[in-house]
Design a protein around this ligand. Sequence first.
Ligand code: IPE
Ligand code: IPE
Ligand code: MG
Ligand code: MG
Ligand code: MG
Length: 293
Amino acid sequence: MIENYLSKQTCVVNRALKKYLPKDRSKISEAMRYSVNAGGKRLRPFLLLEAGKICGARAESLLPAACSIEYIHTYSLIHDDLPAMDNDDLRRGRPTSHKKFGEATAILAGDALLTEAFSLLSVTRNPSDRVVRVIKIISDSAGFNGMIGGQMRDTLETANWSKRTKKKNISDLEYIHDNKTAALIKASLLAGAVLSGAADRQLRAFERYGKNIGLAFQIADDVLDITADKKLLGKKGSDVQNNKLTYPAVYGIEGSKRKAAKLVEDAKDALSLFADKARMLIELADYIIERKY
Ligand code: IPE
Ligand code: IPE
Ligand code: MG
Ligand code: MG
Ligand code: MG
């Protein structure tokens, strides 16, 4: 059920992305299209659209914002794969951007997607006070106190964490995962809800759901890095080789799965006020830890 719905929504998002991506033949536009069109689960746009729908908005009015979130996510992947970061050569089943175009173009393609994301947000046809709030939510979640903060700590701890105490590792690990991944996932839900004029208690529910599924999502990503069929995953899995501070490194595979399952239960509880309207988000929470890629 959720998988059918996800693939239907993925088509809606992919159509919108095609509409908004630059169409010219310049190298930078080619590199932007290459990474965005490589596929991906489109989880963040899905969450934005779903939160918006639950609060009564029509999908069309949310599509620029949904694409904007996917641009930011894709930029983060391009930069995450660079030799100076995780040094990966496969992403979404294709050579990474720097392998295909060279490092300079990959860096610039990431920069271009990040800036274009905010240009797209500015053309959403929604009341301007809501758009301004969403710009703040998304920029905070992607910036130094959010995704970049998490990526920075991830980079600082790589290969160094084994010298620290378990207590320090657990606190770093939570900071890294909450920020590098959960922040943007949570922001996706809040953006959809704010654009639809959601009430404060609805926003609080999405915040709690987003924080929990966001962390569970990154724990599952860490587990899949070790256990997944790499062809299906579309990336090679480099955490062990890079000596990354991950959930499996600290809690083992089974311990990590137990932690993720607990987070998913709390996430689902957070949605009780939406009753049956939240059915898809509830199924999605289970899917996040059961997924194979
Ligand atoms: C991968 O994200 C990076 C993380 C933040 C865990 P996704 O697993 O959502 O990647 P795509 O978009 O489906 O390729
Ligand atoms: C990346 O985490 C998170 C961001 C890109 C912000 P990972 O390094 O675990 O993501 P993958 O496994 O390369 O997709
Ligand atoms: Mg990384
Ligand atoms: Mg990586
Ligand atoms: Mg990973």
